[in-house]
Structure formats: structure tokens, C-alpha cells
Design a protein around this ligand. Structure first.
Ligand code: DAH
Length: 347
């Protein structure tokens, strides 16, 4: 077979190849070191000069045709590959959407639920800064300078800013609220608080508190406090207020007089807590009391004023409510836990 016929066959073969590798293999078969055309070029040296010119011309023209055929085929295959890739990446906008939306974290969900309820009942829902001054976090709350809670092992002070700290309690919002709004006032504040505690299953250096304050120039008594506590416990645990039995233990909070710790009666059934009056256990909720006159004074409130306040740790309540036994579960990003509790909250 003459070289021209071989070249024609080769060109028609090349046009059938659909991968770059196949083209490369074919190319070296024809143009490679021991390729068909290379062998033909080697014959040139044995020819006389006239034959060399005409045969050389012929070979060069074949070489050009072959190279052109190869280049065209490479271009064609590359375009084919690109088309295939685009086709594969094509987004089908008619496909149904993934309807797995995000959901509220269980703490956010409970915070929202409490805020919505108290807003609907005429309470102001207030926030305060998490970076506070000693005045709002301690002084105005009648907490003396020598009080151990002020020490830096409990309180995170902000370096370089004197008398500035991460608030250790939401009670400071009471002060800001009374200073700004005056009396009468009914408010709820829920927010983050910080204490220099080691992180373990029941402690966290950051946790949330629910603060309540009801103050007026008209008399408010401890019975009103008891009623308010009864209602919030019933609401948080989603039980009837008739099944709530509270116990008050005298305690010292400098911003209350009298001050008390509040416990709630419950029993344990199948590992879950059940709030009821006939239970055999007491659950510690937090602190409460009647607002101390010095607190009114620090807020610039003149004359006879009355009121009560309470402050509970939110994580503790939510842990008891849902049977969560490790506070760290709230802040870890374990999707199994987050999804499990979000499905409860979104039903
Ligand atoms: N702030 C207190 C704490 O963090 C809890 C507390 C006690 C809040 C009595 C109050 C209160 O409003 O009246 O331990």
C-alpha cells in the first residue's frame, strides 16, 4: 500500500476516535519515532536530489494533512467532552426542592415561647448589654463591695476597662428598666450570663437566665410573687397551674428582702419528671424575693414602692423538661441531638 493510501486510511480512522488517548496512540503510530511516515522520511537519504525534492514535498504535504486531521479531531473530542460535562452539571430546575429547612434550637424555641406568652400578658420584654458595669451588675443591686461574687474567680472582668465585666446575672436589667421606664413596670428579660465556672455536665461559663420584675407604687405582696412563680413554672413545663406546688426556702440575695430559693414539687416517672403536688422530690428553680428598698433608691425611685423579682437558670429548666442530662448538649453541634430536640420543638 502506498503512503498516500495509508495516509487516507489513517485520516478516516482518526475521525472515528473519540478520546484524546486513542488519538495520541494513533498519532505516534504514524508520526512517532518509528511511525509509518517517519519511516518514509528516512528513505529520503537514499534518493537523488530531484527525487528527494518531489518525494520530500509529497511527504511534507501528507504530514501537514495528517497533523491537520489530528488537530481537528482533538478539537472535536474536547468539545464533545465539554458538552458532556455541561450536560452532567446541568441543574434541573424542575426537580422538587429539598424541604429540610433549619429549625430553632431548643433553647431559642423555649425563649421565644416564654417571651411571646409574657408579651401577650402585657409584660415588657427587655434586653440589656452582656458587657456590663459594676454599677448595674453589683452596686445598684445592693451587692456590697466585699461580696465574694465580685471576685474575679466568679466574674469575668474586661481587661483594660475598669469596673467593666461580663454580666453574671440578668438582674442588672431590672435596674436599667426601672431607671429608663420608671414605675409601674412588669418585665421579663431572658439572656446570656457569664461566670468563671468550669464546663462540665451541669455547669457552663455561659448560661441563660430568665429574669422577672413586677414593681408598682401600689402594694404588691409575697402572695403576688407566689402566683407569678406558679404561672411561670406551669407555663415553662406546660402543665396546669393547679398541679404546681412551690416551696420557699429563706435565702440571701442582697437585692431582695425577704429573699428566697424556690423549689417545685415533682415526681419521676419512667425517667421523666412530672410536675405534680403529690411528688416526692423538690426541684430547685432559682431565686426570688421582694425588691429591696435600696434597689429602688439606686434607680432613683422616690416614695413608697413595692415589687417582686425572680431569676431562674433557663438551661436547668429546659434540661429537666426534656430529660437532657448534659448542659454541653445545648452548645455542641451534634446534629443528632439538635435534630432530635428541634423535631419536638417544631411539632
Ligand atoms: N440573680 C440571682 C442569681 O443569679 C437570681 C435572683 C435571685 C434573681 C432573686 C432575682 C431575685 O430577681 O429576686 O443567682
Amino acid at each position: 500500500m502506498g503512503i498516500e493510501t495509508e495516509a487516507r486510511n489513517f485520516i478516516s480512522e482518526i475521525e472515528k476516535l473519540h478520546t484524546i488517548q486513542d488519538i495520541d496512540v494513533a498519532k505516534s503510530k504514524f508520526l512517532g519515532k518509528s511511525g509509518i511516515l517517519t519511516q518514509e522520511f528516512k528513505k529520503l537519504s537514499a534518493l537523488n536530489s530531484e527525487e528527494k525534492i518531489s518525494f520530500g514535498k509529497k511527504l511534507n504535504s501528507i504530514k501537514n494533512q495528517i497533523e491537520e486531521a489530528i488537530n481537528n479531531q482533538v478539537k472535536f473530542v474536547k468539545k464533545l467532552e465539554l458538552d458532556e460535562k455541561l450536560q452532567a452539571e446541568n441543574v434541573d430546575i424542575t426537580l422538587p426542592v429539598n424541604n429540610e429547612f433549619g429549625s430553632l434550637h431548643i433553647l431559642s424555641y423555649e425563649i421565644k415561647r416564654i417571651k411571646d406568652e409574657y408579651k401577650a400578658n402585657g409584660f415588657l420584654i427587655l434586653d440589656g448589654p452582656e458587657v456590663e458595669t459594676e454599677f448595674f451588675n453589683f452596686d445598684a443591686l445592693n451587692i456590697p463591695k466585699y461580696h465574694p461574687a465580685r471576685q474575679s474567680q466568679d466574674t469575668f472582668y474586661i481587661e483594660g476597662f475598669p469596673e467593666t465585666l461580663l454580666r453574671t446575672q440578668t438582674s442588672c436589667v431590672q435596674i436599667r428598666a426601672m431607671q429608663e421606664k420608671g414605675l409601674p413596670l412588669r418585665m421579663i428579660s431572658i439572656g446570656k450570663t457569664y461566670r468563671n465556672d468550669q464546663l462540665d455536665s451541669t455547669h457552663s461559663p455561659m448560661f441563660h437566665q430568665i429574669e422577672g420584675l413586677v414593681v408598682d407604687y401600689n402594694p404588691i405582696n409575697i402572695g403576688n410573687l407566689k402566683d407569678a412563680l406558679n404561672r411561670i413554672v406551669a407555663f415553662v413545663f406546660e402543665v396546669d397551674s393547679d398541679s404546681v406546688l412551690l416551696r420557699f426556702r429563706p435565702s440571701f440575695f442582697p437585692f431582695t428582702e425577704p429573699g428566697m430559693e424556690v423549689d417545685c414539687c415533682y415526681s419521676k416517672e419512667n425517667g421523666n419528671i412530672k410536675i405534680n403536688k403529690n411528688g416526692n422530690k423538690w426541684l430547685e428553680l432559682g431565686g426570688a424575693g421582694m425588691v429591696h428598698p435600696n434597689v429602688f433608691k439606686a434607680c432613683g425611685i422616690d416614695g413608697e414602692a413595692y415589687g417582686f423579682a425572680f431569676g431562674f437558670g433557663l438551661e436547668r429548666l429546659v434540661m429537666l423538661k426534656y430529660g437532657i442530662n448534659d448542659i454541653r448538649s445545648f452548645y455542641d453541634t451534634d446534629m443528632r441531638i439538635l435534630k432530635h430536640y428541634s423535631s419536638i420543638s417544631n411539632n
